[in-house]
Design a protein around this ligand. Sequence first.
Ligand SMILES: Nc1ncnc2c1ncn2[C@@H]1O[C@H](COP(=O)(O)OP(=O)(O)O)[C@@H](O)[C@H]1O
Ligand SMILES: [Mg+2]
Length: 248
Amino acid sequence: MKLMELIDISYIYHSADGETEAIKGVDLTIEEGGFTAIVGPSGSGKTTLLKIMAGLIKPSRGKVLLPENVKIAYMPQRDQLFEWRNILKNVTISQEIEKQDKREAERYAEELLDKYGLGEFKKKHPSALSGGMRQRAALIRTLLSRPRLTLLDEPFSALDFQTRLYVSDDVFRILSSEKKSCVMVTHDISEAISIADRVVLLTRRPATVKAIYRIELDKSAPPTVRRELAGFTEYFKTIFSDMESSDE
Ligand SMILES: Nc1ncnc2c1ncn2[C@@H]1O[C@H](COP(=O)(O)OP(=O)(O)O)[C@@H](O)[C@H]1O
Ligand SMILES: [Mg+2]
């Protein structure tokens, strides 16, 4: 089933120094149950595209189609946990702002925190957690609204390389066991191939879709294992050389 369809999307930023065309004529379909990674060079327009998908900004041209009542959650690039709130209060903040049933929100939050190894930290403040644990907490906050589609903007970019590997396994495990459809933006080709079943390559700004790749690696294997599989390097070489050739 189609969860979202982007039709001929363009986006232009207007500022005091003039216009910046960030996205140009992007067509893209997101299927239920899939994990799509969007890759492209820094400044190519990835965040802009994800914000359009999240409904945070309106495209200058084109349409975003989605079935009624599809709940979308968006995780911005920085983890944005508030130091003055404990972890439980951080992950339930949207439900608190929307004045939803507090007991139900906290019950589901505690269930997810326990399940993903943060149960003991729910009364701690963010600075007491490692980078990887904070990232897990941010993801749990994103999932708490029970979205049909989860949008992640460079979820691992603030982490060092080792932590990034562990945390991508965590994030993969959480999203697959909660059966979420997901779109993740990254500038890291290896990261995209290791976690997604489809990779969308964008050109430099203004972003257009350069190519789409189906990743036929074992879907049940976590990212660190997929990095070791035969076939991984071939995908990397292909996408890397296509990304370079968009430089002309
Ligand atoms: N608020 C803004 N005003 C003007 N230009 C912007 C704004 N936000 C982003 N841009 C420009 O749009 C382009 C795409 O930005 P962005 O979507 O953040 O790229 P990416 O996430 O791929 O690094 C960049 O050249 C950036 O400088
Ligand atoms: Mg970005």
